[in-house]
Design a protein around this ligand. Structure first.
Ligand SMILES: Cc1cc2nc3c(=O)[nH]c(=O)nc-3n(C[C@H](O)[C@H](O)[C@H](O)COP(=O)(O)OP(=O)(O)OC[C@H]3O[C@@H](n4cnc5c(N)ncnc54)[C@H](O)[C@@H]3O)c2cc1C
Length: 392
């Protein structure tokens, strides 16, 4: 049975919606979290959690379980086929989490969902928000349920409803940016892989980039940029990408496709994370290239920061203006992430022999500059953006 009035309505129970629900549940704030799907998505999608995200998620009581179920990787390498250009180690990061945690997104969502249940919370599923309207006391939401239409009023409505956010569109919040020419193919595969199993490897080649990262349970994620990717990449498609872009010699053999997909990348951020009683987080507020694996990580930090600010307003009686801090903190973080993902993408897709030679020389130079490598490690791990998650 849905309530008709709540303090916080969270639209979307992806990773950000679940994380925000946990923060509010722990603090005893009145909320409702809905999702149009009748069960969580069973797709691996984002596969890395970075050090800063794990630090932030300690407040939710899930970091230990994530680490237990994930695979830790301490090295990143950029290679031009067989030649190493730049190697970065993460085992000296100034964090308790000195690694990349490889863990499929469906496992992350299951861990978050189980934590919410253990705390006594739950997601109201098969409930779709179809319209949001702001009024004097907050906002009202029209919801489509199995039993017909329902109206819920809330002091705050939070859009954690992904890239095509209804909450964002209903509130007329601008989502400026562009769509890249390139598309990505991605596949989770079983394969014989002869390179270091403790390394995420990005291969640059004249044919384009391909990324290979180990996953828990002995499988691998392969990601490549392609102009016109097949809808469901096959074993042969992924083998061809590895043979033409990865290490030479043909010794790395794809044995089985566990999941494959393709997607187009956009590069967008909302003008403001807040419009009156409506606030956005995660992909509803920012989308960008998956280079660097920052998307879900940035969204999870958004959710925890927003949750902590909502607790201050709704439980600790701080003024409503306290919530403005959310935009002040998190929009600059998204802009930095968009810039980082954009730089990595442009570096990976450079065309033409001269530019490629120049890029490779620059990467080899950086490989001999420890401060530059440390800077890159801090950017990737999110630790360089710590100030954007600090609340007074
Ligand atoms: C194929 C693919 C591969 C990806 N790979 C990577 C990667 O390698 N690295 C990376 O960092 N990121 C990756 N991403 C992006 C990553 O999945 C997102 O950043 C992350 O899921 C964002 O979380 P979110 O909670 O903001 O939104 P979402 O995960 O999109 O969740 C939104 C939720 O809202 C629900 N919803 C939507 N509209 C409504 C409505 N009107 N009413 C009720 N519920 C609604 C949806 O059902 C969904 O459950 C990938 C995404 C895709 C699709």
């Amino acid at each position: 049975m849905l309530p008709t009035r709540v303090d916080v309505l969270i639209v979307g129970a992806g990773p950000t919606g679940l994380a925000l629900a946990i923060v509010l549940q722990q603090a005893g704030v009145n909320y409702l979290v809905i999702d149009k799907l009748d069960c969580g998505q069973n797709l691996s999608r984002a596969v890395v959690i970075h050090a800063h995200t794990l630090e932030i998620m300690e407040a939710l009581g899930v970091s230990n379980e994530l680490v237990r179920q994930g695979l830790t990787i301490s090295k990143i390498a950029i290679r031009d086929r067989d030649q190493a250009l730049l190697r970065v180690r993460l085992d000296k990061l100034p964090s308790a989490y000195r690694y990349l945690l490889m863990i499929p997104q469906d496992v992350t969502e299951t861990i978050l969902g189980e934590r919410l249940t253990a705390l006594g919370g739950s997601v109201h599923r098969s409930v779709t928000a179809t319209a949001i309207e702001q009024n004097d006391g907050g906002a009202s939401a029209r919801l489509a349920t199995r039993d017909g239409e329902r109206m819920v009023t809330a002091r705050y409505v939070i859009g954690g409803d992904g890239m095509h956010s209804l909450v964002r569109q209903s509130s007329g919040m601008a989502f400026e940016g562009s769509t890249y020419e390139e598309s990505f193919v991605l596949a989770d595969v079983k394969m014989q892989w002869l390179l270091d199993p403790d390394e995420n490897s990005l291969f640059l080649s004249p044919a384009g980039p391909v990324l290979v990262v180990p996953l828990p349970g002995g499988s691998f994620r392969v990601v490549a940029m392609l102009a016109d990717p097949p809808e469901k990449p096959t074993k042969q498609d992924i083998q061809r990408l590895l043979d033409t872009r990865g290490p030479t010699g043909g010794n790395n053999v794809v044995q089985e496709i566990l999941w494959s997909s393709r997607f187009r990348i956009h590069h967008r951020v909302v003008d403001s994370y807040r419009s009156g009683a409506v606030l956005l987080m995660g992909d509803a507020a920012h989308v960008h290239s998956p280079a660097g694996g920052q998307g879900m990580n940035t969204g999870l930090v958004d959710a925890v920061v927003l949750g902590q600010l909502l607790v201050k307003v709704l439980r600790d009686n701080r003024p409503d203006a306290t919530l403005d801090t959310y935009n002040t903190l998190r929009r600059p973080a998204a802009l930095e992430v968009l810039a980082l993902a954009g730089r990595l993408t442009r570096m990976a897709v450079l065309q033409g022999p001269l530019l490629r030679r120049l890029r490779n020389s620059l990467l080899r130079l950086v490989d001999h500059l420890p401060p530059a490598k440390r800077h890159l490690a801090l950017d990737l791990s999110g630790l360089s953006r710590k100030t954007f998650s600090k609340i007074d």
